[in-house]
Design a binder for this molecule. Sequence first.
Ligand code: NCD
Length: 305
Amino acid sequence: MRDLLTTEGLARERLESLLADGEEFAEVMRRPIPKVPALRGKTVATMFFEPSTRTRMSFERAARALSADVLSFSPATSSLKKGESLKDTVLTIQAMGADLMVVRHTATGAPWRVAEWTRLPVVNGGDGAHQHPTQALLDSLTLRQRFGGLDGLRIGIVGDIRHSRVARSDVYAFATLGASVTLVAPPTLLPPDLTGWPVEATNTLDDVLTELDAVYLLRVQAERGGASVFPSLPEYRERFGMTRRRFARLKPDTAVLHPGPMIRGVEIDQEVADDPRCLVLDQVTNGVAVRMAVLFQLLGGERDA
Ligand code: NCD
């Protein structure tokens, strides 16, 4: 594997191997000195053409914990403002001696274009509403830690699936790892065509609520038009939010996940977000570990180190 661009078509063995390495790196990150020399001398470039809190910091933390250096590109203060093209930006960063590029972009497919232009490995850090493969890895690791594996789990992904790259990455990873996935959303927030998606779909959360082992809540992606297709946020909460009342109806060991940023009071009630069964901070912690696994595997790190 040269790049990590999508979870679609990723073999179970590859996913399991990344999760196994993720598990090991999670252990490294619990040590008093959470750092190993595995990628000493390597340089990871993070190129985020779209805002991010978690994903960028998580990749940079992962790179540094492996003793790699980080080249951090910020479009707002760059020569993109002077009209430099994406391609020239990529070639410039390659010429500076980067060894791997992490790319987030508003445009679907941008990381694939970058991978054509550069000889370096490329990791998709989220492209438009398309794919976000490291999110799927960290979600899978979190579920695996919680339930021992994904085989046979029933997972509901709830909310703005239409505009969600997280959902598009999660469904393939979860299904490949043996879970059955149910999408839950109003018709306007489901993709127009689900052909090829390994899922079932429903418009009514209350119909499936008590059968789910994990409920994965999505943010309403207003910046991609997600808020304009239903009447109001209070109505969204009423029908699709993980309210306190709905949370009380879940099976006692059902887990709640969310990729962040959470909008409390819309897709998740305050009390649910702070409940120990809400795994959102475990997801963040695991994000560093799985990104270490991805960087390590793509850069051929030294296992003994
Ligand atoms: C998500 C993203 O940017 O795709 N956040 C993340 O990476 N954890 C989801 C979102 O923005 O709602």
